[in-house]
Design a protein around this ligand. Structure first.
Ligand code: ZN
Length: 274
């Protein structure tokens, strides 16, 4: 066929022996919610990648006969010496362009938008990089395609905080709920969960919901959801409410009297990690 001519110079990085050109890698970022991270997700991402143009043909390089290397035999005072070097005509690819369709670059490639489906396993971490093999830029001729490198970005959650595989949640209850006990619904990464808050609960208590956190990326179990109880103190009171609390201030039931189970914050943290 007509057109074309010339090899693919400048690919760099030559090894010994038979060599296949590899297309360049592409990098993208994917933003994930905590829910997506907790459950795993398949994302369809539009990627602009170089592909071999329709109708492009390649031919074996005439200089190196497809070997990608040129071997020279020289007679020197030490005898016959054989040296090999990458073929300068094809840049080591062993092939050159034969027929170049309109719009294709010197390597016979065109940029096309493609939708790539990326399976993201549960438990990925912000900054982690996943590799989708062969979905980077195509190489010319019989070269192999580069890879698509996917950087994970974790979006902030509006009420859950991640710490490794564990999640933290701040629960606010009223003084009345703390005194009388209550039942509360919490939005977890896998759906709603109802928890019981015992009457007489102290502010700062941590309720542990086992396996309601993020699955380990290694596949070993799940983290927990740690619910931090915060008792909400009213900032404004009616006259009657004020009188009620003034009366209660002298009552022995309202006098702090922590028992062993009402551990300090630091003891609780120590407990959590032991
Ligand atoms: Zn060549």
């Amino acid at each position: 066929g007509g057109g074309g001519g010339g090899g693919f110079g400048g690919f760099g990085g030559f090894g010994g022996g038979q060599r296949r050109v590899k297309g360049s890698n592409l990098r993208i970022r994917v933003k994930l919610t905590l829910e997506e991270i907790a459950n795993g997700v398949e994302k369809k991402i539009k990627v602009k990648r170089k592909k071999q143009a329709a109708g492009v043909t390649y031919k074996t390089c005439e200089t190196c006969k497809g070997a990608g290397q040129v071997t020279r035999v020289q007679n020197t005072i030490l005898g016959r010496m054989q040296t090999s070097a990458p073929c300068s005509t094809c840049g080591g690819a062993g092939q050159s362009i034969d027929k170049r369709p309109d719009g294709a670059d010197a390597q016979g490639l065109v940029v096309e938008e493609e939708t790539v489906s990326i399976k993201i396993p549960a438990g990925v971490v912000d900054g982690m990089q996943l590799k989708v093999q062969g979905r980077g830029n195509d190489a010319p001729g019989n070269g192999i395609s580069g890879d698509l490198l996917v950087a994970i970005e974790e979006l902030d959650h509006d009420h859950l905080q991640r710490e490794g595989d564990n999640l933290h949640y701040d629960l606010y209850i009223s003084i009345s709920e703390a005194v009388l006990g209550s039942s509360k619904e919490i939005d977890t990464v896998t759906g709603k969960v109802r928890i019981k808050v015992e009457a007489g609960v102290q502010s700062g208590k941590i309720l542990r919901l086992r396996s309601k956190g993020i699955p380990s990326i290694n596949g070993y179990g799940k983290g927990d959801l740690l619910v931090h109880v915060n008792v909400w103190t009213p900032k404004t009171l009616t006259k009657e409410q004020k009188q009620f609390f003034e009366k209660m201030a002298k009552d022995e039931n309202f006098t702090p009297n922590p028992e062993k189970e009402d551990k300090s914050f630091f003891e609780k943290v120590k407990d959590m990690f032991s």
